[in-house]
Design a protein around this ligand. Structure first.
Ligand SMILES: [Zn+2]
Length: 243
């Protein structure tokens, strides 16, 4: 979609603010992601120089049904992945039209884009197999769907859940600990840790020594300016989550 047309659609649809935020996040990582933000309990992202100017783009098509808060969280999750991937691979988000035609969805699939769909627990994907206990389900490879089962999210950190699902979009499987652990925990999902980045680096064939990840206060280094990190809620109960 051409930018002027997108902007026209935006203005027409009255979601200008949101889209502006999403457009911001579509810029290459090094252009926007280094803006300072307050440290989060001593957690910070590493800050390696960006050796590439233009990497591979993964298009995300976002359902209009998400709330403003959820959309902001989606943007935050994208921005953090764009930051850690350091320009080698980056997410670009667009809004889906209301009630998208099947032909459009098929076209997105053919172009290896991903649809981020807001569903509820009555949706078939939430009622079969492991989806029965999932907060979100990601299906596909080189394009597909991320289904967010909205009525199961409760007060869980939406950004953390989406960073986990975007890890799957990037080819990561599950890991025993950290962001890509199969079971949701707010403390482990607060930011994109080295293990999660390593899984994606392997899947995408990226050089680890040029990527970023978050490190905790135990590492003993002072907090640095970093991309936004979600505010984890340590009281959030554990719940199943799967790809
Ligand atoms: Zn998963």
């Amino acid at each position: 979609m051409r930018l002027p047309r997108l902007i026209t659609m935006l203005l027409a649809s009255g979601v200008t603010l949101l889209i502006a935020a999403i457009l911001l996040s579509t810029l290459p990582a090094h252009a926007t992601e280094r803006m300072a933000s307050p440290p989060n309990d001593g957690w910070y992202y590493t800050s390696r120089p960006s050796p590439v100017s233009a990497g591979r783009v993964i298009d995300l098509y976002v359902d209009t049904d998400f709330s403003e808060h959820e959309k902001q969280s989606l943007v935050s999750a994208m921005r953090q992945w764009n930051y850690v991937l350091n320009g080698f691979v980056w997410f670009r988000a667009r809004m889906l039209p209301v009630n998208p035609e099947p032909a459009l969805l098929a076209q997105i699939r053919r172009s290896h884009g991903w649809v981020i769909a807001r569903v509820d627990s009555r949706h078939p994907v939430a009622r079969s197999g492991e989806g029965t206990h999932a907060l979100a389900v990601t299906t596909g490879s080189r394009g597909g769907f991320v289904y967010v089962i909205s009525d199961r999210m409760g007060n869980r950190d939406f950004t953390g859940v989406m960073m986990h699902e975007f890890g799957h979009v990037l080819g990561a499987g599950h890991d025993g600990f950290g962001l890509m652990a199969p079971v949701y925990s707010a403390a482990m999902g607060r930011c994109i840790d080295q293990d999660a980045v390593a899984l994606v680096a392997r899947a995408q064939r990226l050089p680890m020594n040029h990527l970023n990840w978050c490190e905790g206060p135990a590492v003993g280094r002072p907090p640095l300016p970093m991309a936004q990190v979600p505010h984890a809620d340590y009281r959030t109960p554990m719940a199943a989550r799967q790809r």
